[in-house]
Design a protein around this ligand. Sequence first.
Ligand SMILES: Nc1ncnc2c1ncn2[C@@H]1O[C@H](COP(=O)(O)OP(=O)(O)OP(=O)(O)O)[C@@H](O)[C@H]1O
Ligand SMILES: [Mg+2]
Length: 344
Amino acid sequence: MFKRVLGMFSNDLAIDLGTANTLVLVKGQGICINEPSVVAIQYDKHGQQRILAVGQEAKNMVGKTPGNIKAIRPMKDGVIADFEVTEMMIRYFIEKAHKRKGFFSPRIIICVPYGLTQVERRAVKDSAENAGARYVYLIEEPMAAAIGAGLPVKDPNGNLVVDIGGGTTEIGVTSLGGLVQSKSIRVAGDSIDQAIVDYLKKNFNLLIGDRIAEELKIEIGTAIPLEEELKTTVRGRDQIEGSLTSIEITSEHIREAIQNSLKEIVDALQSVLEQTPPELAGDIVENGIVLTGGGALIRGLDKYISDIVKLPVYIAEDPLLAVAKGTGIALDELDILQQTAYED
Ligand SMILES: Nc1ncnc2c1ncn2[C@@H]1O[C@H](COP(=O)(O)OP(=O)(O)OP(=O)(O)O)[C@@H](O)[C@H]1O
Ligand SMILES: [Mg+2]
């Protein structure tokens, strides 16, 4: 009873717990937190850990920390790599949303990477419950992405969404409020960044970190040839000389570096299309494919995919926000929730 009364005053939360970015949306108010999923931990003399920073502040420390501080991405490749730190991060973000708005035990829906194990799902739920949630629901990412992209997921009509995040690319075919087909591969933003690191090392003997690789991808990365190719200067360490050096890199280099990753994404998409029942495949031919997630922002990726699969490809509005928006809509619409969220 007490909980129910409290519930009347609470503002429910939707959380997109991404491997690269975590977004928190407050019911009726929109997105209030949008920060990298990074935690900086400091270790004292006795090996005790405490949180130094979370989110953007922590990401700025990646690769620059002294020995007793570690900047950790607790979720990697679509799995929880560090349970303890993931819990700290979830609590931190919930409390941050709480403090600012003064909530009492909210209901929380969390969008988790598709294919988490039972143990991982339990850990996410426990963290949110420990942070004061009254109920915790989980939703699968391809469904949240489809809802957030504005697709009519409840209709008896096949819709296909490809969410290219940091850790995973998730492909889902929705119909009648459920996922009819889905596939998740660990090729997405992070592995594309890694491909750029490897390429520069192999072809230019240049050593760079993940963050520089990500910046190169965003600044000059492209999936297709550009009318005017882009270029930039990269600083790094010469692998042979050991000295600091800088070289000029073009969008053609980055395209070459990332082509295998993009091909793997399209291969996964094609395998989902092949497995989709004919009626729904017919719908997809008509409706086309929608891209969400930060990876959708790679220049020309829509055209690249469309040329190979011979279907129309659209980029969702604000692809980086689609999953959070979809999770927020699921929170508003219990009928969607009942079909797609699962309680463990
Ligand atoms: N303009 C851009 N061009 C290319 N890639 C981008 C751009 N902006 C962001 N990204 C990439 O998008 C990725 C993050 O996307 P997103 O926030 O959707 O991932 P996530 O939801 O945290 O991860 P996941 O869904 O795998 O758990 C990062 O790899 C980032 O480098
Ligand atoms: Mg995501």
